[in-house]
Design a protein around this ligand. Structure first.
Ligand SMILES: [Zn+2]
Length: 339
């Protein structure tokens, strides 16, 4: 039996999965190994190989059965896996600058390796979770975390773009002035834009834009007493789920922002599915359903033919990267007749 592997290189841990040719995952849940990327490419690639061997052992699969390895990492990187020469927060060691991590891993393992950035890998997993691996569907995934990542899948292919920035959905500008519950807000993003999706829909948005805006209206709120916007931002989701009025408003504003963004995507791609993932909606089902309802309420009215566009919640969020990386490898293995 041939399999493909998915390797999700995160900031502190590498997460692994394995998938068979008939699309069965052989590892359920997280299988992690320390990343050690701060120590540079040589140490990190060795760690990836060591962890892969442990993952294979757990699943009872031999290295010789692995046809292709799919790798995903945080960006910025080219579509082929060359990390930015300017470095990034996740790859601070000087030897990472301009390093071809896809090729480096391919040489280390002696196997073909595919590459996606983590947002695009998550998006491909979201797409697969609905449509499987053989389809011609189009989907847009927005993953709400510290920032806002995601991706565009057209006819089962990840849109990587000319320089690897395809699917950088967080920096798409929105008509944020039309979000009713935050009239007058001026939401800034770390990228320099005002009013892009990340500035109104992310943990960073809560810290930088929503809490300063709302705490003025709710000066006696328990989060005002914390005196630390970073800590307060992390508490918003839990309080929103419990029904706290201010925190619900913050999530309503984020949902309406996503509604505006998805409306732009509906008119650009006429997709089969819209998908939401990430830490923000790792909550109970009731809250997720409320949030999806608010996304729909935040959209301008749709044409009759498009009004039934489904919005899904991405399952298995913590393994999305590894699963998406594995699916990319599976698609490439199929094209090359390797599985
Ligand atoms: Zn931005």
């Amino acid at each position: 039996m041939q399999v493909v592997a998915g390797v999700d290189l995160g900031g502190t841990a590498v997460n692994y999965t394995l998938i068979t040719g008939d699309e069965k995952f052989l590892i359920e849940g997280l299988f992690e190994h320390p990343a050690r990327s701060v120590e540079g490419p040589a140490v990190c690639l060795q760690q990836i190989e060591d962890g892969l061997k442990l993952a294979l052992e757990k699943a009872g699969v031999a290295m010789g059965q692995v046809a292709v390895v799919g790798l995903d990492t945080p960006g910025p990187a080219s579509s082929g896996g060359v990390l930015s020469a300017k470095g990034s927060t996740n790859f601070v060691h000087p030897e990472w600058a301009g390093f071809d991590i896809r090729d480096g891993l391919a040489q280390k393992l002696g196997k073909p390796v595919t590459y996606l950035n983590d947002g695009n890998a998550g998006a491909l997993w979201g797409h697969f979770s609905i449509f499987g691996g053989q389809n011609k569907a189009t989907s847009i995934s927005a993953i709400i975390g510290t920032g806002l990542g995601g991706g565009v899948i057209i006819e089962n292919q990840v849109v990587k773009g000319r320089k690897g920035f395809g699917g950088e959905l967080g920096h798409v500008l929105l008509p944020y002035q039309s979000i009713e519950c935050v009239k007058g807000i001026v939401p800034r993003c770390n990228c320099g834009r005002t009013g892009d999706l990340e500035s109104v829909c992310s943990l960073t948005a809560i810290r930088m834009n929503y809490l300063p805006y709302f705490l003025e209206k709710y000066p006696n709120h328990e989060l005002a007493k914390l005196g630390d916007l970073g800590k307060a931002a992390k508490a918003v989701r839990g309080l929103a789920e419990k029904g706290d009025e201010m925190c619900r408003e913050i999530f309503r504003a984020q949902a309406h922002a996503l509604g505006l963004f998805f409306d732009e995507m509906i008119n650009t791609f006429d997709p089969d599915a819209l998908i939401v993932g990430g830490g923000a909606i790792e909550t109970g089902k009731e809250f997720q359903e409320w949030f999806v309802g608010e996304i729909h309420r935040g959209m301008p009215e749709q044409r009759e033919e498009q009004a039934d566009i489904p919005v899904y919640i991405m399952p298995n969020g913590d393994t999305a990267g590894a699963r998406g990386a594995a699916i990319e490898a599976l698609l490439v293995a199929r094209q090359g007749g390797l599985i």
